[in-house]
Design a protein around this ligand. Structure first.
Ligand code: HEM
Length: 323
């Protein structure tokens, strides 16, 4: 009898815990906001028709959100004092805040205070990939939004653009992501651009002696110096110039051929494990494997530090002020 009571208590406790900390799930809004995923996709179609470069912007937005306090839309929050995540240096070039806010507005009309900004960001990143000719995969939903956003946390959690594989792997491990997730997710750089300032050291002062990164293929180094003369550091160049803005294997082809733009991307061929993956992907027949791997890695990233159940909040506007 006593053990039966104990079992009931344990079952009740775990039920309560599951309410407090529910898991993400596929189709979380199926009953509470049916059709929300199609609604988000339709809005995005119009947004991308207006500015196709926002596909890359929204993919990066989700990554920068997930790595700081988890995928909780804390990157969307504003601060009068300039102390929110979005004010941190690596976030100054992040784009797409207005797009998320515009989608949220439409979603709010359909289902007031039901769908989180964090889930809209995850759906938008997924659709951005698909609209760039990449895979379409299901995303888990059920995230809730945080209301804390701190500049310093962005500085300490976002991986550095000059990191080597050991360093990059550590930044990903903190988010429960593997080295494979890292080499797969880095291929998000198959779309989008980087400012010259983000890699100028590779061109003009790699070791402090006015030299170029010796790992950069010399002819490509020359092309990059033409596109990024020292007086034009605010210019941008595509990170995969094999197939600009197309979600495909062009990124791995660039990295394999020492034509990666960022040092963090170039580093991937300098480690035997990540280098083996790059070599495998430098082959047109690997496209299906890459697409499947990318979908898995994005789902893994989308689980980072999420707030669920009764944690966090669902708010009307994503970008409210924290101070
Ligand atoms: C491995 C660590 C990573 C580092 C060090 C890194 C660093 C960077 C840097 C420096 C830029 C260019 C910023 C600028 O100058 O404008 C950039 C752009 C971008 N990153 Fe990453 N990144 C990493 C991983 C990722 C991941 C995991 C994703 C998404 C899943 C991602 C998506 C993007 C996209 C799409 C762009 C282009 C944005 C645009 O065109 O506006 N990155 N990244």
């Amino acid at each position: 009898m006593a053990s039966a009571t104990f079992l009931i208590l344990v079952a009740a406790a775990s039920l309560l815990a599951s309410f407090a900390q529910a898991d993400l799930q596929y189709g979380y809004y199926n009953t509470t906001c049916p059709g929300v995923e199609e609604l988000v996709r339709t809005e995005l179609e119009a947004i991308f028709a207006d500015d196709s470069t926002l596909r890359a912007g929204l993919l990066r937005l989700h990554f920068h959100d997930c790595f700081v306090r988890g995928c909780d839309a804390s990157l969307m929050l504003n601060s009068h004092n300039g102390t929110a995540e979005k004010h941190a240096d690596p976030n100054l070039t992040v784009r797409g805040y207005e797009a998320i806010e515009a989608i949220k507005k439409v979603v709010e009309k359909a289902c007031p205070l039901v769908v989180s900004c964090a889930d809209i960001m995850a759906m938008a990143a997924r659709d951005a990939v698909n609209f760039s000719a990449g895979p379409r995969y299901e995303v888990e939903t059920g995230r809730r939004d945080g209301n804390v956003s701190m500049l310093e946390e962005a500085l300490t959690n976002l991986p550095p653009a000059d990191g080597n594989v050991t360093v990059l792997t550590q930044y990903f491990a903190v988010k429960n992501l593997t080295m494979k997730d890292m080499v797969v997710l880095s291929a998000a750089h198959t779309i989008g651009v980087t400012h010259c300032s983000s890699f100028s050291k590779r061109l003009y002062n790699f070791t402090g002696a006015g030299d170029q990164d010796p790992s950069l293929e010399p002819a490509y180094g020359k092309t990059l110096t033409t596109k990024c003369p020292t007086e034009k550091m605010a210019s941008v160049v595509p990170m995969d110039d094999v197939t600009v803005d197309k979600f495909d294997l062009g990124y791995y082809e660039s990295v394999y051929n020492h034509r990666a733009v960022l040092r963090s991307d170039a580093a991937l061929v300098e480690d035997s494990l990540t280098g083996a993956y790059v070599a495998l992907m430098n082959n047109a027949s690997s496209l299906d494997i890459f697409f499947a791997d990318f979908a898995v890695a994005m789902i893994n990233m989308g689980r980072a530090g999420v707030l669920t159940g009764t944690q966090g909040e669902i708010r009307e506007t994503c970008g409210v002020y924290v101070d």
